[in-house]
Design a protein around this ligand. Sequence first.
Ligand SMILES: Nc1ncnc2c1ncn2[C@@H]1O[C@H](COP(=O)(O)OP(=O)(O)O)[C@@H](O)[C@H]1O
Ligand SMILES: O=P(O)(O)OC[C@H]1O[C@](O)(COP(=O)(O)O)[C@@H](O)[C@@H]1O
Ligand SMILES: [Mg+2]
Length: 526
Amino acid sequence: METATVVVTPAPVSITHPPQHKFMKSSPARKPAKKKLASGRGGYVLEDVPHLTDYLPELKSYRNPLQDHPAYSVVKQYFVGPDDTVAKKIVVHRSSARGTHFRRAGPRKRVYFEPDEVRAAIVTCGGLCPGLNTVVRELVCGLHDMYGVTSIYGIEGGYKGFYARNTVELTPRSVNDIHKRGGTVLGTSRGGHDTAKIVNSIQDRGINQVYIIGGDGTQKGAASVHEEVQRRGLKCAVVGVPKTIDNDIAVIDRSFGFDSAVEEARRAIDAAHVEAESAENGIGVVKLMGRNSGFIAMHATLASRDVDCCLIPESPFYLDGKGGLLEFAEKRLRDNGHMVIVVAEGAGQDLVAESTRFADTHDASGNKALLDVGLWLSQKIKDHFKKKPSFPITLKYIDPAYMIRAVPSNASDNVYCTLLAHSALHGAMAGYTGFTVGPVNGRQAYIPFYRITEKQNKVVITDQMWALVLCSTNQPCFLTHEDDVERALMMDEEEPHMPLVEGENALFANPSMCNGNGHLCNGHKA
Ligand SMILES: Nc1ncnc2c1ncn2[C@@H]1O[C@H](COP(=O)(O)OP(=O)(O)O)[C@@H](O)[C@H]1O
Ligand SMILES: O=P(O)(O)OC[C@H]1O[C@](O)(COP(=O)(O)O)[C@@H](O)[C@@H]1O
Ligand SMILES: [Mg+2]
């Protein structure tokens, strides 16, 4: 890294603790998380992750046993150098600063644990996701086979398992076949995060590496655990492994299980299409997961090509009147005789709430309970066509959400999970802590917790991908005012959307680019 100066500054956006839920306790009055920054020439910034030696400067390091491993000993480049970093942004202008970088993941020549000293714990938290078992398996096998670690424990049933359950011993033999199964062999849960109790358990059991697999909520919990571990001065690496079927975790390219979920979602869309095609004015409505982020719906729509309308939380829609969904449905049925609507579960929540009288409820982790937009939408469409006796429709509503989440990971996710798990354990062995591991522009990197927890990853509807969806479905864009576009642009504040090549991105940023039907006038319209 070029003439880097290390500065440690308090993070302007520290780990946020939303209103405390009764099942979620954190230690009081913790100092805000620190940013560990290094700068270099040309506007280069390394957002580094904590290291055990930051607060335990006397820690001994050892030669990495992998240097004698047949798979790693021949090619020196397998070991990651201290200056290897991964750029957060790779699409840049000629005059752009080099910008933010993260520490590259992978094995280091020196490690801070002797194999027989390691006592590793693995926990899975939050909702299910294809690939959880693969990550668990690869952590166990990787630690054992590469570093000779023999004390590896599973924490059962999520965070609360740290203090409410016994641990289970994990060995390469006991996890050998688990990657072929959906779910998590360790069990999972929402709520139950009590930082003090969790760290007491870590301390009492002598655990010195914790691998915490879970989504945005889990990573916030992992950040609290890391802060407390550091405050107590424990030699314990706290590593977050990002899991989310919704793909809502910021910074990383995509989360494991997402690919498998999209593949499975496409099967549901296929079924909806078959049903719709076979009936008079057949309509298939498919609800997919996506609490705040519509990635599964967007990708499944693009993968399928049979979808006539894709509704996601990031793009508000409306039913009645000119340019509304019902007008569009009528037109599509007249033109094609059938249609398929894909709706992400978090889409149109404001509309559903307006017409129903449900009180706000939350799950044990404090996540807002969603109203069933699929059921609501299906009813609204039925009601609309009931008023037109000369226009009979047949509507089938498919909700495959839990079937999608429960499948085992597919081939590409299995490879991804393996890389992720290995990157995680190499980082812990090298003494890094307080980080989430994940692919950034195709390279595995160590990302500080605050980066992961400060915001959620959402579909940016001013990006090319959403324009692609609109092109493929030819649905209304539902953006009627410049305000809507402004709001959409604000969602990606950190990376302002400037056209990189003249015309690119700007295509959709201008509401006047929508024609009278709300369709994009982009020359590619079917
Ligand atoms: N802000 C937070 N601070 C500490 N722990 C949290 C926080 N949010 C969620 N958690 C804990 O993380 C775990 C999983 O969170 P949840 O939101 O259910 O799923 P996910 O991690 O998949 O988003 C739960 O045990 C929950 O108590
Ligand atoms: O019914 P559950 O288990 O609470 O899960 C429902 C939620 O879990 C998810 O699949 C994933 O959410 P998390 O990754 O935050 O756990 C959401 O898409 C969905 O809203
Ligand atoms: Mg979540």
